[in-house]
Each structure stands twice: as C-alpha cells, then as structure tokens.
Design a protein around this ligand. Structure first.
Ligand SMILES: Nc1ncnc2c1ncn2[C@@H]1O[C@H](COP(=O)(O)OP(=O)(O)O)[C@@H](O)[C@H]1O
Ligand SMILES: [Mg+2]
Length: 373
C-alpha cells in the first residue's frame, strides 16, 4: 500500500507538482531549506487526514495567491487484485469547504480516505509523544485502534458524547438521579473503550521492545497503560466516589479521556532521562511498532513520512532507523537538505530520488544522484 502517483496543486509553495514515487521502497527528497520538502510530506499527510501537521489554520496551507488547494493520488493495492490502484482526491477552499473523492465518487468523510491511506509521521515535533501531555499518547494509541477495529470509532464517539452530556449536566447542577443516568451511559461506553485500548497495548508493547532493541537498547524499561482512573478500581466505583467533586468542578475528573502510557526507565520518567536524540529514537520505535501492528493485525501498511532525517540523529542511529524502516517493506518518504544522507547505508529495497527547488520537484536518475549544488 503506497502512492504511485501524486499530483499536488497550490499547496504552500508547490504550485503544480506531479511525481511517481515508488509504492514500496524509499523515496528520498532532497533540496535546500525552504525549497518545499516538508510541504511535500505535509501534502501526503493532508490527503490522508484532511489537516496539516504544521498549522491548524486552514488557509495557511493554500498557496498565497490561490483560492483552493488540491491533492490527488493513486494508492497502489495488492497486485493480485483486478484493479491495481485506487484514485483518491481532496480539494480544500479558502472558505473551509472540503471535498473528498475516492474512485471518482464523492466520499462522505475524511475517515474514508484515512482508512485507505494510513500515514505515520516522524518529524522534529515527534518528541511530544514522550515529553508532552497524555493527550499525545492517547492519540497515538487511538490512531492504531482506528485501523485495528471497526468498533473503536463507534466506542470512542459514544464515550465522547456521554462525557459531554454528563459534564453539561454537572455544570447545570441537575439532580443526582439525572446525573446517574449519564454516569451509567458513561460507564458502559468507557468499559468498551478501555477494553479495546488494553488489548491494543498488550499487542503493542512487545513490538515496541523489539524495535527498541535495534534503535535504543534500554535496561529496566517499564511501560504501563493507565486507564484514566486508579487501575485497580472499577470505573463505577471511582465515579461514585468523586461525584461531589465533579459537581463542584463542573466536569468529570476521571475516565478514558485521561488515559495515558507511563514510560519509566529505572523508575524515572523516560523524558527526564533520555537526551533529545534518544527521545527521538524512542519515539521512532513507538511509531514503527504501531506500523508493524497495523500490518500484522489490520492488514494495512502505512506510509512513513520522515522529515529531516539527519536532525538529532548521529550516523549510527540514522543507519539503524533506515534499516528498520526498510524492513517494514512499506513506502517511505525521507527528506534531507543534503543528497548524500543515504550514502554508505545498505538499503535493500528500491529507492527513488527527487530534488526539490523553489517548489518544483524533479526525479533524479541514478547518475544524477551525484548532483551537487
Ligand atoms: N501558503 C503558502 N503559500 C506559498 N508559499 C508558502 C506558503 N506557506 C509556506 N510557504 C513557503 O514554502 C516554502 C517551503 O517551505 P518548506 O516546505 O517548509 O521547506 P523545506 O522543508 O524544504 O525547508 C517556504 O519558503 C515558505 O515560506
Ligand atoms: Mg523542512
């Protein structure tokens, strides 16, 4: 599963770009600062998720002079199937209007595109997964669960709705009896969500440990899934005990909306021990583990977007990351300012090189990879 055609219009400084990447292999993107490398990865991410990883404001990604952006791609599928690829398209207007197309037909929501085109990003902000709040780790788990089981999205939506309603009821100081109705609803949906997350983490942790042995061997590592309330108690018990305080605060203090992954090394939070480069390697291992699980349990091979590969990684770490990425047998996009970043590494899967300059992208043939500024 990967893109074998990508056609981008009016996305940041990419006015009109068409390229034919390798669907299973390394696509190496080089170019000077500000040439459009990250924008290229951002466009792929946008096609999958309908949003950017750099800015929340919709019009930031549309090219200054344009009214709308469009991204179109062919996702290659199993060659044994009758059709070899699925066309996907997305159009976003300055006024916020968004349209998606799959196989020439209008799609209802971005989740349909996302399910056909899972992307995993490794960029300079990925350390947040380790050193920022629990919401990053919850999103990390939930992304994997979205692909793993159809029940997840429904369970998550059900829980979010029940939580909103209970919080609104708490804020309007309704009777205890009425709160109990929402509490029961919340308990029911929380149990399902928690069960799914628990099962997912059980599968994920061994894969994460595996990836770490290659990227960042650690001793005395402890990873624990925290449900969002005291792990040893039932959620009902907790809600019962904390309802008075919930009334005062006007919101539900505990529940799956507070879940987290606790990562300790020698009983100290990993973020307080690891260097920035080591944190990046740890996060890469987390992302690769989730990708491996996606492949084995959801039969989806994600596209890896690795922005600015050399940043914060020494040569040995880069080489381990590249080795691990090539083992995924997936489509990988890697950017760097220098075109010799992959030199000396043995990559045993097909590779294509692209050069980006002022928003134009050119494929380089093997001899051109010697390209010098
Ligand atoms: N909406 C936009 N329209 C046109 N150009 C933009 C827009 N947003 C950013 N840019 C420009 O796009 C260029 C490419 O940025 P980027 O992809 O981050 O470069 P790189 O990753 O190669 O360093 C930058 O020079 C930036 O100023
Ligand atoms: Mg960049």
């Amino acid at each position: 599963m990967g893109l074998n055609l990508l056609d981008i219009s009016e996305f940041r400084n990419l006015a009109s770009v068409k390229l034919y990447p390798i669907a299973k292999g390394f696509n190496f993107i080089c170019g000077q600062n500000g040439s459009g490398k990250t924008s290229l990865l951002e466009a792929i991410y946008y096609l999958s998720l309908g949003r950017s990883f750099r800015s929340f404001q919709i019009d930031r990604v549309i090219r200054y002079s344009a009214n709308k952006l469009s991204i179109f791609g062919h996702v290659s599928i199993d060659p044994a199937q009758l059709v070899s690829h699925i066309p996907l398209g997305l159009e976003r207007h300055r006024d916020g209007k968004i349209k998606f197309r799959i196989n020439g037909e209008e799609a209802n929501s971005i989740t349909e595109l996302a399910s056909l085109l899972p992307v995993q990003l490794i960029d300079s902000n990925c350390h947040h997964l380790l050193d920022s709040g629990p919401v990053f780790r919850r999103k990390y788990l939930d992304f994997g669960l979205f692909y793993q089981t159809k029940d997840f999205l429904q369970a998550w939506r059900h829980y979010e709705r029940a939580l909103k309603q209970r919080n609104a009821a708490l804020r309007s100081h309704v009777s205890r009896k009425e709160i109990d109705i929402w509490t029961n609803e919340l308990i029911h949906s929380a149990q399902l969500l928690d069960q799914l997350r628990c099962g997912y983490v059980d599968l994920l942790i061994p894969l994460l440990i595996n990836a770490l042995t290659e990227l960042l061997p650690l001793t005395d590592l402890k990873i624990t899934y925290l449900k969002g309330w005291e792990n040893s108690k039932s959620f009902g018990e907790i809600l019962h005990k904390t309802v008075e305080r919930d009334y005062q605060l006007g919101y539900t203090q505990f529940g799956p909306h507070k879940a987290d992954l606790r990562i300790l090394i020698n009983d100290i939070p990993a973020k307080d021990i690891l260097s920035r480069g080591q944190q990046k390697l740890f996060v890469c291992a987390m992302i690769l583990a989730r990708g491996t699980l996606l492949q084995s349990h959801a039969n989806k091979t994600p596209i890896y977007l690795v922005d600015d590969l050399p940043s914060e990684l020494d040569v040995v770490s880069r080489s381990s990351l590249i080795r691990l990425l090539s083992k995924q047998k997936a489509q990988v996009f890697v950017t760097a300012t220098e075109n010799n970043v992959l030199d000396g590494f043995s990559i045993n899967i097909p590779t294509k090189m692209f050069h980006v300059e002022h928003g134009h992208v050119n494929e380089m043939n093997a001899s051109e990879t010697e390209y010098k500024e």
